[in-house]
Design a protein around this ligand. Structure first.
Ligand code: RNT
Ligand code: ZN
Length: 418
């Protein structure tokens, strides 16, 4: 492998020809936070003191050995994964990852005290935190409806959970000095064709009126609402559809969450950024990889991932688009999943920052679409790998494939003993 200085020298020459400043690209990439989801570490199981299955129309498949069985193991695993990943990181928690010392706490009674140890851990590890209320894997979500339930008792229970989640998220933001994003996703929907969609959507809308009534400063907590097309066993109607949440986000001045697995396969989230951001202040991303369905495969460096990163950078949206990851694969080493998926998100950001955007946009403005296509294709073979390895090296994480044997060693030393 070339040493970093030499590699950068070559890259500066090559990219400089197109008006790209490699050093600025490196700096900008290192400053853009990526929120890594806790739930890849244990197949969305969490640490509530009750056993139950993963429900809500989502699924983690595979039983690769060595999954984290408790908070300590999950933290250790992520600390190790984090040592393989360059860039600024946040850690995204779900409510079921509470630390209540083994006590059973009802979802509507969780509070900042159950997440205090996560704040200490985040501080020790230089991480920001994000939060997600958990509206699935629970007896009161078993009939398919939570915030949209016709049963006032059930609906209220989940409203209380939502309100508590905002307080927990705000406690993260306050303690860490980095606003915490609190993401609402509910599984609510019908397997077969309903005849009263309206009632459920009215219930859901009313629930958000109640949840967002509490005023919480945005310097601590930023709420977001996540739409979806369908879930397993909920194929015919999703109460929280895209149109529902676009309106909800505008009404309550919260972010809209665009999950890359939650749209028709011919639709692209990269195209939705500049559209939604005409009207919304912010968008939260759940970067995932749907294979034929919302399968939540590990994110790879495909065209759409690059397109998403490019749209963020082209639009100057680095502050308005919050990048979060959402995949869960239990069929391969889970720490490798974190490393592969997050390194790929970082690669895409670096790729976008190395794009000769000004030159390409000039071609487009002049109507020279021939040159636009010619150069879009030519830049694909520029020495991106040299800059990526230099970036990893500068960030103090393994460059190239050097992380793979390290991950294998952790598997042999730590995971295989579980
Ligand atoms: C489900 C949503 C949601 C979940 C996580 C675990 O389809 O994408 O974001 O994956 O909350
Ligand atoms: Zn999601």
């Amino acid at each position: 492998m070339l040493n970093t200085e030499k590699a950068l020298e070559i890259a500066r020459g090559v990219y400089g020809k197109y008006g790209v400043n490699v050093d600025e690209a490196l700096k900008k990439t290192a400053e853009t936070p990526v929120s890594v989801h806790c739930w890849q570490g244990d197949d969305v199981a969490g640490f509530e003191a009750v056993d139950g299955d993963l429900t809500g129309g989502i699924q983690s498949t595979g039983n690769y050995p060595g999954k984290a069985r408790n908070i300590d193991e999950l933290r250790k695993d992520f600390e190790f994964a984090s040592s393989l990943i360059p860039g600024k990181k946040k850690f995204s928690l779900h409510a079921i990852y509470l630390d209540a010392g083994g006590k059973k706490v009802a979802r509507n009674e969780i509070g900042p005290e159950h997440f205090a140890s996560w704040i200490d851990w985040a501080k020790e590890n230089g991480l920001g935190l994000d939060f997600n209320p958990t509206f699935f894997s629970h007896p009161l979500s078993a009939d398919g409806f939570t915030l949209s339930s016709d049963d006032e008792g059930i609906r209220k229970f989940w409203v209380e959970h939502g309100i508590q989640s905002r307080k927990i998220s705000a406690s993260f933001g306050k303690a860490l000095g980095i606003p915490s994003c609190n993401n609402f996703w509910v599984p609510d929907g019908f397997k077969d064709t309903p005849v009263n969609r309206k009632k459920k959507r009215e219930n859901l809308a009313r629930s958000y009126d109640e949840i967002f009534a509490l005023d919480i400063p945005k310097e601590y907590n930023l709420d977001s609402v996540e739409s979806k097309l369908f879930g397993i066993g909920l194929e015919s109607c999703t109460i929280g559809s895209h149109e529902f949440y676009m309106g909800c986000a505008l009404k309550h001045d919260v972010m809209l969450t665009l999950d890359t697995g939650h749209f028709h396969p011919t639709e692209f989230v990269s195209d939705k950024l500049s559209a939604t951001l005409q009207y919304l202040d912010g968008v939260m991303l759940h970067v995932s990889r749907p294979v034929r369905w919302d399968s939540d495969h590990v994110v790879i460096l495909d065209d759409e991932l690059k397109a998403i990163a490019c749209e963020i950078m082209r639009g100057g949206y680095e502050k308005r688009v919050r990048i979060g990851l959402d995949f869960f694969d239990g069929s391969i080493n889970r720490i490798a999943c974190w490393a592969i998926g997050t390194r790929n998100m970082q690669k895409a950001l670096l790729w976008a920052n190395l794009e000769p955007t000004a030159m390409l946009q000039k071609f487009e403005a002049e109507g020279d679409y021939t040159s636009r296509l010619a150069y879009l294709e030519e830049i694909k073979t520029l020495p991106f790998g040299l800059v990526w390895n230099a970036y990893c090296d500068m960030q103090g994480v393994p460059a190239g494939d050097a992380w793979v044997p390290m991950m294998k060693k952790y598997e042999a030393d730590v995971l295989s003993a579980r």
